[in-house]
Write a protein that binds this ligand. Structure first.
Ligand code: NDP
Length: 254
């Protein structure tokens, strides 16, 4: 369908080698985009590339450490240079260090903020000239339920994800007239490597998520294919600065 067609679009997904990032990358590839999966773990990256190829899509892996400005800029400029353009950027790479604020160290704070928030700024900053040149662009930032709610075990993570939403709004406002749409996706509780750790460390988390989520289940990375295609395609050309929950109803449950 033309409205959601991404043929020949070039997309970069940070953390696209697994979890939610791969779910989004698979959606983008199925709609025709050529997707650059960026992450640290090349083995995971090559497996993800094969998975997309087996489904008939086109993807490649590019190694990046998003905590390094040099590495982020090299990722964006190399991919845009190789393909001659950059249409879609998904700022998805993220980590959590689960500690209460009184025992979180400054170094741990910086690690989480650098990985989840500063990386989105650097990658977006590097992507902007390429999008401006072609007269259009789609940037998708990944927030969290902690963009909305507090959590005693995730002070730096919550700060980074609150920051992602405000950064999204700033860029959306700045670049709307240049036809660059910038939106955030706020996942609910999704079954990935990240939350497998949380389920081990936070007693009762698994059950409380099931109880609170109206859909009655944890999310799956596949649940992010549709929102990725929507926000990357012409279907969302008048949608910008939004923060869209994909959470099975978690955030609207009273
Ligand atoms: P995963 O742990 O499966 O994926 C995280 C991804 O980030 C990995 O692909 C990892 O790549 C990449 N990454 C982490 N640090 C770096 C780094 N320094 N440089 C490059 N890549 C890095 O978790 P999710 O899929 O769950 O998380 C994806 C995003 O979704 C995150 O931003 C997370 O905060 C967010 N989110 C997740 C929720 C959930 O319930 N799962 C809920 C709300 C938000 P590599 O393995 O190569 O290091």
């Amino acid at each position: 369908m033309t409205l959601f067609d991404l043929s020949d679009r070039i997309a970069i997904v940070t953390g696209g080698n697994g979890g939610i990032g791969l779910g989004m990358a698979e959606g983008l590839a199925s709609a025709g985009a050529i997707v650059v999966l960026a992450g640290r773990n090349a083995e995971k990256g090559e497996a993800a590339v094969r998975r997309i190829a087996q489904a008939g899509g086109e993807a490649e892996f590019s190694e990046v450490d998003v905590t390094s400005e040099t590495s982020c800029r090299a990722l964006i400029d190399t991919a845009a240079g190789r393909h001659g353009r950059l249409d879609i950027l998904v700022n998805n790479a993220g980590i959590n260090i689960r500690k209460s604020p009184d025992i979180l160290s400054a170094a741990e704070w910086h690690t989480v903020i650098d990985t989840n928030l500063t990386s989105a700024f650097i990658c977006t900053h590097a992507a902007y000239p390429h999008m401006k040149r072609t007269g259009r662009g789609k940037i998708i930032n990944i927030g969290s339920m902690m963009s909305i709610f507090g959590a005693g075990f995730a002070p730096a993570y919550a700060a980074s994800k609150g920051g992602i939403v405000q950064f999204t709004r700033a860029c959306a406002t700045a670049w709307a007239k240049q036809n660059i749409q910038v939106n955030a996706v706020l996942p609910g509780w999704i079954d990935t490597d990240l939350t497998r750790g949380a389920r081990r460390e936070v007693v009762g988390l698994h059950e409380s998520v099931l109880a609170r989520t109206p859909a009655g289940r944890w999310g799956d990375p596949k649940d992010f294919a549709g929102i990725a295609v929507f926000l990357a395609s012409g279907a969302s050309d008048f949608v910008t600065g939004a923060a869209i929950p994909v959470d099975g109803g978690y955030s609207v449950q009273g």
